[in-house]
Design a protein around this ligand. Structure first.
Ligand code: CP
Length: 304
């Protein structure tokens, strides 16, 4: 039995297979419409979510399966003090696969140790978000044609942004990827991510200004400042509008640069950018369904 806890749980070859499966699902939905008949996905979300939880549910429903779960810690017995390990021991008897989001780093890993069904990390604190990374890889592959020879700018809250940590962790295994890490001093990537880049000899620079980097980028990955991870509101308010991508900034970029964002956005991308053909974040959210369908089939070992 396999779980998905870290983006490194799948090799590049396995990711290629997953991406190809996602394409086939997208092109031939009827072929997959009953592949999960009789199977149940549990979504155990101890933290708010729109895309991840609903795209997982949409994925399972589109495969013919059913879903159950909870959308907040308050509406589960966590509110009465139940541990993650006890909860997953119980859920293992109710469902065939579980997607779990939790504010504590490592909680889905703990769940996987106590589970008898596959556990998917749907985001653990400020740590990792591997299924967002699968979504991002499919988006890059689909819109760029390949995942190599890219200069990728990651901009915003690189300290607490788990999607950034997972994406960098996955991308260091691809050919000729360079990173420009754009953040305020206080929100730079954690040292373990910086060390990973150094250890793998991946070219990267850390800068504060977005404008100076725009013309170099093939992909700009914007992120929101993660209010829920800040220790005080004052710091959040000081940081929240540090970067705002608008038409004037987009004018500095390559004609074929892609703008990605895991969403939700707050102010960091002006709505005036939404109609720019380079704005790919809503397409990205849709790709999340296909790749999660591919992931469910793969973890349940269902061959089509
Ligand atoms: N991208 C993402 O994780 O969005 P949600 O928080 O809405 O699931």
């Amino acid at each position: 039995m396999r779980h998905l806890i870290s983006p490194l749980d799948f090799s590049v070859e396995e990711l290629d297979k997953l991406i190809n499966l996602a394409y086939d699902i997208k092109d031939n939905p009827a072929k997959y419409a009953h592949t999960c008949d009789g199977r149940i996905l549990a979504t155990c979300f101890y933290e708010p979510s729109t895309r991840t939880r609903l795209s997982f549910e949409s994925a399972m429903l589109r495969l013919g399966g059913k879903t159950l779960g909870f959308a907040s810690a308050d509406s589960s017995s966590a509110a009465k003090g139940e541990s993650v390990s006890d909860t997953i021991s119980v859920i293992s008897g109710y469902a065939d696969i579980c997607a779990m989001r939790h504010p504590k780093e490592g909680a889905p890993l703990v769940a996987s140790i106590h589970s008898t069904i596959p556990v998917i990390n749907a985001g653990d604190g400020g740590h990792q978000h591997p299924t967002q990374t699968l979504t991002d890889l499919l988006t890059i592959h689909s819109l760029n044609g390949e995942i190599k020879n890219l200069t990728i700018g990651l901009c915003g809250d690189l300290k607490f942004g788990r999607t950034v940590h997972s994406l960098i962790t996955a991308l260091v295994r691809y050919e000729n990827i360079k990173f420009i890490l754009i953040s305020p001093e206080e929100l730079k990537v954690p040292s373990y991510i910086r060390q990973l880049l150094i250890d793998k000899n991946i070219p990267f620079e850390e800068v504060v200004t977005l404008d100076d980097s725009m013309s170099k980028l093939d992909i700009l990955y914007m992120t929101r400042v993660q209010r829920e991870r800040f220790f005080n509101e004052e710091d959040y308010l000081r940081m929240k509008d540090f970067y705002i991508l608008d038409k004037a900034k987009m004018a500095l970029a390559k004609e074929n640069m892609l703008v990605l964002h895991p969403l939700p956005r707050v102010n960091e991308i002006s709505v005036e950018v939404d109609n720019d053909p380079r704005a790919a974040y809503f397409k990205q959210a849709k790709f999340g369904v296909y790749i999660r369908m591919a992931l469910i089939l793969t973890l349940l070992e269902i061959e089509v």
